[in-house]
Design a protein around this ligand. Sequence first.
Ligand code: G6Q
Length: 553
Amino acid sequence: MSAPDRLPGWQALRDRQAELANVSILELFERDPQRVQRLTLRFDDLYADFSKHRIDDAAWRALHALADASSLRDRIDRMFAGERINVTEQRAVLHTALRNRSDRPVVCDDRDVMPAVRGELARMRQLTDAVRTGMWRGHTGKPIRSVVNLGIGGSDLGPHMVCEALRPYWPDDLTVHHVSNVDGAHLDATLQRIDAESTLFLIASKTFTTLETLTNARSARQWLTQRLGDDAAVARHFVAISTNAEAVAQFGIDPNNMLRFWDWVGGRYSLWSTIGLSVACAIGMDRFEEMLSGAHEIDEHFRSAPWSDNLPVTMALLGIWYANFWGAASHAVLPYDQRLQRLPAYLQQVDMESNGKGVDWSGRPITSYATGPIVWGEPGTNGQHAFFQLLHQGTRLIPADFIAVLEPDHGLAGHHDLLLANCLAQSEALARGKTLEQARAELIAQGLPPDRVEALAPHRVFAGSRPTTTLLLDRLTPRSLGRLIALYEHKVFVQGVIWQINSFDQWGVELGKQLAGNLTEELRSGARPDRHDPSTGALVEYLRSRRAAQPAP
Ligand code: G6Q
């Protein structure tokens, strides 16, 4: 296949962008009174408004042509069919099988994976039921009151984000913690808050070789056995979630306490697998399965809806439009919901680890078009008092997703209307802007003298036409959250297809890991740091000299 910038649609998109560069979003609304209706997509209670974008029908047609020329339909089918589309690791990409709630088999390497998937879901149910009902007893006979997930990256970000989002569903007598960082301060802070006798550690690691997770797991084991005075306590307080049974056994976790998943589940897509155990402990297995059902509904929609009605495809193509034709380098995710506070961090990994690539499928360097954007964000309204200044008046174009939930889970009067009003106000302000004339008129109305009006007015101008999508959910439930996450996963997939990159490997994280291995030795031993660039060598020397100068703890 030709490179994307040589495919049908690409040049038309360039031309369209040039045409639209001087057309404001307000003008687009004026030109088409039906714009909101035509560019709002609904999926059950999910309301997605794509009308505040700098795009017209001709550009949409060209984007759809680009999707066709990129064989998007075929690529979607190949993913769902279990082909080894992760070409560099020679793996299938089947997180969708984990949430396949239909009777359809999913065949990978000539075998239907669904019986194994259902089997592991059943084991997850057994375990979480035992924990939640108090049947699972710790070494000294106490029920479990704290679950601590030790994992990092894909084995942390998804479960952590979902647990926070669904906190209102947690039972009163169980608390779930997530510890990821190798910085001992992270684990230490959690250990201070829990009681060894009633704590269950979940060691979540696909490979069971990850430095951070194993370091934390060893420290947790030591802490526990010291507290309980018996190595045998590990059997009642440690569960492993992994694909690597051998390493789990070596660590000393009973195979009966191990939940499995498979190499066709990518780390950052593993939330739906047994890696979601902390979520299931927090909200119960029925609700965990509701989340799977929500994601499955989006899978079905993604596979079958025409491009113009297809939510993930629409989100993806808008991202292509801005990244490749408007020069947008980043994308903001702005949940106006405190429960979704970890959504931006989670999406950063899903998006940036998947599409932060500089070579195409066949290993050719990509030099003529941009790939994945920088994804960032914070919950509103906090962001408004921090970085929104740049969104409104900075020199960069930053498309943003505003996400809000209509019903809160708390009973505090007055808060939620304020939250929702701010969400709508911000996207309106970004689209509408404020002209110099309007700024002048406001200042004159405030009674300022003419020279102050002229001096201040330019600072109060908002260019407007800053593009946003608004996603509204009725309620934040396991099902609606499952849908929301699946939307973004598929968005990232579609963009990877258009950019012709492998969205499912992550070789870019390897080099730093290798170097950290050597550096750990150098910091611990007295070996001369002689294999580094001059800056790093000097940093090693400096750290060692400072440590040597410090009194022993
Ligand atoms: C995700 C990545 C990465 C991975 C972590 C943890 O797609 O592969 O974030 O999840 O490095 O790996 P383990 O689960 O093997 O510990």
